[in-house]
Design a protein around this ligand. Structure first.
Ligand SMILES: [Zn+2]
Length: 211
């Protein structure tokens, strides 16, 4: 399956051929619809107007579960349409989460990551730590605002040797990531940080779009 969202995260639709069909579950030869992985939520969208309820990574493929039994068959051409508004929020929040991770790491030395997740409402990063993460928020926010204002380039590219492995890079920061991201940090817009205590010795940073 050709993952067009890796070639161009801004692609909003494509024509595809149905590779397999099992009641309401289908696979395609190519797609613009991202499926949950690396903490990033699945895209919303339609295939020939039929709502995609779930997208699951299955080996090299993605299996889409449709709302209704489709009226097309294997080998047919279909139109895949992305819910762009939903995805664009995910892209902003995913890029912002990586940036917050690095800012906080440089500020506190904190690397005891115990989880992270990106939904359309917010992204979150969880740490193993004993002091309130909010003590750092003023400084993190200032640095984050600065990086967004600088409108830095977000580089996304394939690993040179490992197929399917992708890299995310902003300035000096670089990490493996198979998600979708904005092209420039300025696209993120205004961000608000929120603390959540998620249990003894655990702290959560929530990252929320505030425009
Ligand atoms: Zn990522």
């Amino acid at each position: 399956m050709e993952k067009l969202f890796w070639q161009d995260a801004y692609l909003k639709k494509c024509e595809a051929v149905v590779k397999s069909l099992n009641f309401k579950d289908i696979t395609l030869d190519k797609t613009v619809l991202f499926a949950f992985s690396g903490g990033q939520a699945s895209d919303k969208g339609t295939i020939n107007g039929n709502q995609v309820l779930e997208a699951l990574v299955s080996g090299e493929d993605i299996v889409y579960s449709l709302e209704n039994e489709p009226d097309f068959k294997e080998g047919d051409s279909v139109k895949v349409v992305l819910d762009w508004e939903n995805r664009y929020k995910l892209m902003k929040l995913h890029t912002a989460a990586h940036i917050v991770y690095y800012i906080f790491k440089e500020m506190s030395g904190q690397t005891k990551l115990i989880g992270s997740n990106i939904t359309v409402e917010k992204s979150r990063i969880d740490y193993e730590m004993d002091t309130p993460v909010s003590e750092y928020f003023e400084k993190i926010q200032a640095k984050l605002d600065d990086i967004i204002a600088q409108d830095l380039e977000v580089k996304i590219y394939d690993d040179e040797t490992e197929a399917g492995k992708r890299w995310w890079e902003v300035g000096e920061w670089k990490m493996p990531c198979g998600g979708t991201h904005v092209k420039k940090t300025g696209e993120i817009g205004k961000i608000r940080l929120k603390r959540k205590n998620i249990g003894a010795g655990k702290e959560r940073i929530e990252i929320i779009l505030s425009n």
